[in-house]
Design a protein around this ligand. Structure first.
Ligand SMILES: NC(=O)C1=CN([C@@H]2O[C@H](COP(=O)(O)OP(=O)(O)OC[C@H]3O[C@@H](n4cnc5c(N)ncnc54)[C@H](OP(=O)(O)O)[C@@H]3O)[C@@H](O)[C@H]2O)C=CC1
Ligand SMILES: Nc1nc(=O)c2c([nH]1)NC[C@@H]1CN(c3ccc(C(=O)N[C@@H](CCC(=O)O)C(=O)O)cc3)C=[N+]21
Length: 292
């Protein structure tokens, strides 16, 4: 079997272009650009790289970026004060506080402080609740990007057996919620799962979001399955995913590479959510079909 290598980078570029067109229309209509504030506390090098690529994508899409880099020793009270300022700033449509935060800051206290209607990461419990109950809100960018790639590859997902490995609030759980919404039969596996190989072998769709390099082996995968690898692991042999790509590729119908798969989709979906936020806040219509 020769697998399709799903080109997330190309798909993401296309999405960013469509977002850019609608951002230009928004600017013509309202006299201001959609605005995204990104907050980085500390100087973790990986986080710095992401923040820089978010800044570039924001400018390229014709949106205004507000970057706030704070020292690692910033107090929780000061970070909350910044979030309050951004919540109140009419030029800011989206707020992203880069995670992880330094250990002395309670992430939940920060995430819950962000105005849910500016929470373009979709991490606020109000948005998690909206997703779980079928209301409009913001869907976390990484699972949203994974869903777009799956629909592009497979079309209708209804009735498919999907296994999500990982149950974090930012990837695994919202991914499972989205797949339930698509009428998949969904299993969520995690570190306490017995017989992960057996569980994965049932799946038509595997989404791996674990953070363990090459955990998912090729022979665990049902021939013809579609595999989405969310993992970003820095190892001695460079950036690798949570799936053993070389072992898996001959078992799958299609698979995302790392890098060049899900990562670029995360950034494109952040641009998408920021545009949608700006349109909702200004009561401007947008073409949702062009943003999926
Ligand atoms: N491409 C992108 O844009 C993004 C990539 N990532 C990457 O995705 C990966 C996951 O991220 P995130 O969800 O934040 O990670 P977390 O560490 O928050 O969650 C990892 C999940 O994997 C489970 N897990 C850990 N070890 C095993 C194991 N041996 N077998 C089965 N399940 C296991 C954990 O189980 P338990 O709950 O029991 O502890 C947990 O639910 C990371 O590599 C991260 O870098 C993350 C965000 C965006
Ligand atoms: N509030 C918040 N929101 C996030 O969305 C968020 C976060 N915090 N913290 C960290 C994770 C991780 N994340 C990635 C984004 C892009 C790539 C990406 O573009 N990756 C490239 C490779 C980049 C590289 O070489 O490192 C690729 O996979 O091709 C990866 C990972 C967003 N996250």
């Amino acid at each position: 079997m020769t697998a399709d290598i799903i080109d997330g980078k190309a798909f993401a570029l296309g999405l960013r272009e469509r977002v850019g067109k609608q951002a230009a229309a928004f600017t013509a209509r309202t006299g201001r650009q959609p605005g995204l504030a990104v907050v980085l506390v500390g100087d973790d090098p990986a986080s710095s790289v992401y923040v820089r690529s978010k800044g570039k994508a924001t400018a390229a899409a014709g949106m205004q970026g507000f970057e706030h880099r704070l020292p690692a020793a910033t107090s929780q009270a000061d970070l909350i004060a910044l979030v309050d300022t951004l919540n109140a700033d009419p030029a800011v449509d989206g707020i992203l506080v880069q995670l992880p935060l330094p250990g002395h800051i309670d992430e939940r206290a920060i995430i819950t402080r962000i105005d849910p209607d500016k929470d373009v990461d979709g991490f606020h419990p109000v948005n998690a609740g909206r997703l779980a109950t079928g209301l409009d809100g913001f869907v976390p960018c990484t699972p949203l990007g994974c869903l777009m790639l799956l629909r592009h590859q497979l079309g209708d997902l209804s009735g498919k057996e999907a296994v999500v490995v990982g149950r974090s609030n930012i990837v695994g759980k919202p991914m499972a919620a989205l797949l339930v919404k698509e009428s998949c039969t969904v299993t969520v596996a995690h570190s306490r799962t017995h017989d992960l190989a057996g569980v994965i072998h049932r799946a038509d769709i595997v989404v791996a979001a674990v953070g363990v390099p090459r955990l998912v082996k090729g022979e665990w995968i049902k021939p013809g399955a579609v595999v989405i690898d969310v993992g970003i692991n820095r190892t001695e042999d460079g950036l690798v995913g949570d799936v053993d790509f070389d072992g898996a590729v001959s078992h799958t119908a299609a698979i995302t590479p790392v890098p060049g798969g899900v990562g670029p989709m995360t950034i494109a979906c952040l641009m998408r959510n920021t545009l949608v936020s700006a349109c909702r806040r200004e009561g401007v219509a947008y073409d949702a079909n062009a943003l999926g």
